[in-house]
Design a protein around this ligand. Structure first.
Ligand SMILES: NC(=O)c1ccc[n+]([C@@H]2O[C@H](COP(=O)([O-])OP(=O)(O)OC[C@H]3O[C@@H](n4cnc5c(N)ncnc54)[C@H](OP(=O)(O)O)[C@@H]3O)[C@@H](O)[C@H]2O)c1
Length: 389
């Protein structure tokens, strides 16, 4: 590989689970990528170590205080920024061809949009970008002629299962879900679930927010909305199937009854390396799947025990501002649960009540999306206060 073909990367959320897995994929493929910019939150020690190893030209952290601390800790030259502007600068850095969008939550939206507008290809882990602003983001992707490649394992599997097929032959997309740590828990025990238990995912080692979303199945709901925009599907064309082993990462069913699926060991380095190298494939250290003794189970999700999934379909059907409201209410509710303010089943209560109070508005700009997000956080705070008093 020549110097001309080395791909310049910005990694937003470099200190998180996806960010660290991305750096691991880069380590395993020396000479193929150059880390030009990083954006992280508050983990200054981790980002300092990443700068020493990868020598990016620009790095942003969440706060000014963090930036000062980072500058003091550094032994190599690197330009440092902070806050949303810093993430934007990292996302649009001149030497970057592809941005790995892996900040958690709504904070990922603006830098990802900035990267698209700057003509960067996107490896998208931050599903909130499409949940909050799907039509606006996809319009911008078309207008700026950039590639938006999924990193979510389910969407990567769908993307791979769509390759070489005609859209008009597609019957439906089937997103698989592990079911999380409480797949078989009776509903009357769910109110007693602790944050520590909810964070222990049986298959995937992920950040805190997505781990809780996986336990409520809201993560799958967010993925349904993400799939709707990424692949131009109607809600009726997207179904969810429980598959506890997380080997089949998702499937596409076609008119002749054929189902295309993508299988591998559950390891995020797979979809990350696929997005980074697309349309090529490269090694990433995942062990091959052994078929001897392989057991694959599938079942329907239980809407009574996992009602958050239904809320996501409801928001998707309502359209406009409703998915952004769903997302913000969920972020607020998950934080309240992790801080011990509400019980596990209260997460559903908070989101459902905020959605009940919301009349979906047309969304024509990112400002409209941010307004809906702010409104939902305010309403959620009120509902949470009501639940705790
Ligand atoms: N983990 C997975 O397997 C997985 C799979 C599919 C999709 N995703 C999606 O990928 C995204 C990241 O997930 P994750 O599990 O990697 O989360 P995570 O481990 O919690 O990491 C989040 C990253 O975002 C950074 N961050 C948070 N707020 C920030 C802000 N305001 N400005 C700049 N950086 C900020 C964090 O920095 P600090 O740690 O330094 O504070 C960290 O680097 C989420 O949208 C998730 O839904 C994750």
């Amino acid at each position: 590989m020549t110097a001309n073909t080395i791909k310049g990367l910005a990694i937003l959320g470099s200190t998180g689970s996806i960010g660290k897995n991305t750096l691991e994929v880069i380590r395993k493929n020396p000479g193929r990528f150059r880390v030009m910019a990083l954006a992280a939150g508050n983990n200054i020690a981790e980002v300092a170590a990443q700068i020493e190893e990868f020598r990016p030209e620009f790095v942003s952290v969440a706060t000014e205080a963090g930036a000062v601390e980072l500058k003091k800790a550094l032994r190599v030259a690197c330009e440092i920024g902070y806050g949303i502007d810093g993430s934007r600068i990292a996302a649009t850095h001149v030497g970057v061809q592809m941005v790995v969008s892996a900040i958690s939550g709504a904070a990922g939206l603006l830098p990802t949009m900035a990267a698209i507008k700057a003509g960067k290809d996107i490896a998208l882990a931050n599903k909130e970008t499409l949940v909050m602003a799907g039509p606006l983001v996809m319009d911008e992707v078309d207008r700026c002629r950039v590639r938006l490649l999924p990193v979510d394992s389910e969407h990567s599997a769908v993307f791979q299962s769509l390759a070489g097929h005609r859209r008009e032959d597609l019957l439906k997309v089937i997103l698989t879900a592990s079911g999380g740590p409480f797949l078989n828990m009776p509903s009357d025990e769910m109110s007693g679930v602790t944050p520590a238990a909810a964070l222990r995912h049986p298959r995937w080692n992920m950040g805190r927010k997505i781990s809780i979303d996986s336990a409520t199945l809201m993560n799958k709901g967010l993925e349904v909305i993400e799939a709707r925009w990424l692949f131009g599907l109607s809600p009726g064309e997207i179904s969810v199937c429980i598959h506890p082993q997380s080997i089949v990462h998702s499937m596409v069913e076609y008119a002749d009854g054929s189902i295309m699926a993508q299988l591998s060991e559950p390891d995020m380095k797979g979809p990350i390396s696929y997005a980074l190298a697309y349309p090529e494939r490269m090694g990433c250290g995942i062990r091959p799947l052994g078929f001897a003794g392989l057991k694959l189970d599938f079942s329907e999700p239980d809407p009574q025990r996992f009602p958050c999934l239904g809320l996501a379909y409801r928001a998707l059907e309502a359209g406009g501002s409703a998915p952004a409201v769903l997302n913000a209410a969920d972020e607020a509710a998950v934080e309240a649960f992790l801080n011990g303010r509400i019980i596990f089943t209260g997460i559903y209560e908070v989101i459902a009540r905020v959605l009940d109070r919301h009349k979906a508005q047309k969304v024509v700009s990112i400002d409209d999306v941010l307004e809906a997000d702010a409104w939902a956080r305010q309403e959620a705070a009120q509902v949470i206060r009501g639940l705790t008093s």
